[in-house]
Design a protein. Structure first.
Length: 247
């Protein structure tokens, strides 16, 4: 992926890592468009960061995805990059039947939202030069946290879907990149002040460095996520699961 000269649409870009990446790309001179549910928040971001554009988008709603696609490709015909950042993370008690509501909401946002957005934008991106699709999984796709069972499962599915997408788009000119974040100090699960979490700015700096230094990268894995991402292939998965779930 080239780091400058892109027109990038970021779903779920109103906070956390999505907003952080938007600001980093914007600072490099890319045209950045942020998609999010709350128009007032989108308007605030656009006011505070002149040059960043916004589009109302609810990835839980297929009609909203189609409307956003129509708006983005009409207003920004040079679009050549898509980042599917939208996601939710909620605790679940699997012994409580009520957890199904959380499971279904998580699947709708994290997995179906990702697939539906990619399905909408891919036919356009395959016509564009230097096109890139970026998905977001998690270290928990590889080493699960028991408290967030469905979140882990959706991120494992995003990882597998991304691999299949890359294979199917081989030869089209569209690069497919998977971001694999570790535990980062964002508002997901209220972890913004967690001392064990990787600071957001540190994650952003290392991620942007990887994208700059390795333009052909398939998985963006900062050093901190290696404990989770590499546990199985390093034959230490039981130990990693035990350590992750001991707190």
């Amino acid at each position: 992926m080239k780091t400058t000269g892109n027109t990038i649409f970021i779903t779920g870009g109103t906070s956390g890592l999505g907003l952080g990446l938007a600001l980093r790309w914007h600072a490099l001179g890319n045209q950045v468009i942020i998609g999010g549910r709350r128009k007032e928040l989108l308007d605030q971001i656009a006011t505070e960061h002149p040059g960043i554009e916004t589009v109302v988008l609810d990835v839980d709603d297929p009609a909203s995805i189609q409307t956003a696609y129509d708006e983005v490709t009409t207003r920004f015909p040079d679009l050549n990059a898509l980042l599917t950042m939208s996601g939710i993370m909620r605790p679940e008690n699997l012994l409580d039947p009520g957890h199904l509501d959380t499971a279904e909401a998580t699947i709708t946002t994290n997995l179906l939202g990702t697939i539906r957005t990619i399905a909408a934008f891919t036919p356009y991106l395959v016509t564009r030069p230097d096109a890139t699709i970026l998905t977001v999984s998690s270290g928990l796709a590889f080493t699960p946290l028991a408290l967030t069972a469905t979140y882990n499962a959706t991120k494992a599915a995003v990882h597998s879907y991304t691999q299949s997408l890359r294979l199917q788009l081989a030869g089209t000119g569209v690069q497919v990149i998977e971001l694999v974040p570790p535990h980062v100090a964002t508002t997901l699960m209220g972890m913004q002040d967690a001392p064990s979490a990787m600071p957001v700015e540190d994650f952003l700096t290392e991620t942007m460095a990887i994208l700059h230094d390795r333009p052909d990268v398939e998985e963006v894995t900062v050093q901190r996520v290696g404990f989770l991402r590499d546990a199985e292939r390093e034959n230490r998965l039981p130990e990693a699961i035990a350590a992750l779930n001991s707190h």
